[in-house]
Design a protein around this ligand. Structure first.
Ligand SMILES: C[S@@+](CC[C@H](N)C(=O)[O-])C[C@H]1O[C@@H](n2cnc3c(N)ncnc32)[C@H](O)[C@@H]1O
Length: 307
């Protein structure tokens, strides 16, 4: 896009004025967070982060950059997520590259990553043998990047084996790019395929820690025509009529595939934990189920401990 084809946001290209005019444009465009979006996009147009704006309210944007900003604002007003426009998401203090190949990592998934880190760290203290951790449905690779960064040394020493997989080759490509961008290429075995199908661990090793944020929206929720969801891959969102189709299939694979004494950590949707408790109770596998709640008290992570 060139400046000639983009509407002017304002004749005054100072940061402070741009933030105000972009906020107004996005408010009328229906963004649920117009001020935040405006600050992110304006700062990005300056090649800076949001905090920089506070100290530089009177810096002016060059005309070419103002034209790029105007194009981004129209994309945002059309519902596209800011993260896709900027090309990255700040998540768990990491810069994760994102684009329509994969879901944008959500703040609630930080809880899943933290639980996985705590679990692996605890096992490293208790256990002498190598610990195998596998993130199924890695998407952008955000959780796996966090794990590989935290356990880089243990992986190098052979104390931890990390694996990640996804059914989408495009998502897996993005995950691989994110690992490389963080200097973590080669630390994680990657595989493409349905759930636990990919051979990412050397046989007969089974995962001690299985981590998954599978699609858990209902088809109806995933199809809702408005908002940012329509820009994200449908296969990352749609969990079938009750949202539990993919999770149900993974649970059914646990008795044959989760190591004795292993744990599965699953992110779930609000209100789904009880259904998962019942599904686990029906498995031919003795297991204990616990949950971790997010800051709003919603049970977000289900923890399944195989006896
Ligand atoms: C909700 S996204 C989670 C992505 C990433 N782990 C995150 O938390 O941001 C779900 C991911 O599951 C993948 N997926 C969907 N069905 C799958 C299946 N049957 N087997 C493996 N991965 C699947 C999608 O491609 C998508 O990347």
């Amino acid at each position: 896009m060139t400046g000639a084809t983009e509407p002017m946001l304002t004749a005054d290209a100072r940061a402070r004025t741009l933030v105000s005019s972009v906020t107004e444009r996005l408010r009328t465009g229906g963004s649920p967070s117009p001020r935040l979006d405006a600050e992110l996009l304006v700062a990005h147009a300056f090649g800076r982060d949001r905090t920089w704006l506070l100290a530089h309210p009177d810096d002016a944007l060059a005309p070419d950059d103002a034209a790029r900003l105007a194009a981004w604002v129209e994309r945002r007003a059309n519902g596209e997520p800011v993260a896709y426009i900027r090309g990255f998401k700040e998540w768990l203090s990491l810069r994760i590259a994102v684009d329509p190949r994969a879901l944008i990592p959500r703040p609630e998934t930080e809880l899943l990553a933290e639980a996985a880190i705590e679990e692996i760290a605890g096992r490293l203290v208790r256990d002498d043998r190598p610990i195998a951790a596998w993130e199924v449905a890695t998407g952008s690779g955000a959780v796996t990047v966090a794990l590989a960064q935290r356990f880089r040394t243990s992986v190098a020493l052979g104390r931890v084996r990390l694996a990640a997989s996804d059914i989408s080759p495009e998502a897996l490509e993005l995950a691989s790019e994110n690992l490389a961008a963080h200097g973590l290429a080669g630390l994680v075995a990657l595989g493409c395929g349905d759930l636990l199908e990919p051979a990412v661990l050397p046989a007969p090793q089974q995962p001690d820690v299985l981590i998954a944020n599978l699609p858990y929206l209902t088809t109806e929720e995933a199809s809702a025509g408005t908002g940012s969801l329509r820009f994200e891959p449908r296969s990352a969102l749609d969990g079938g009529a009750d949202g539990l189709d993919v999770i149900r299939r993974l649970l059914a694979q646990l008795p044959a595939r989760l190591a004795e004494g292993g744990v599965a950590l699953l992110e779930v949707g609000a209100g789904q934990a009880d259904a998962i408790r019942s599904l686990v109770a029906d498995l031919p596998m003795p297991a204990e189920v616990g949950t971790l709640a997010d800051l709003s008290g919603i049970e977000r992570v289900v923890r399944i401990d195989r006896a």
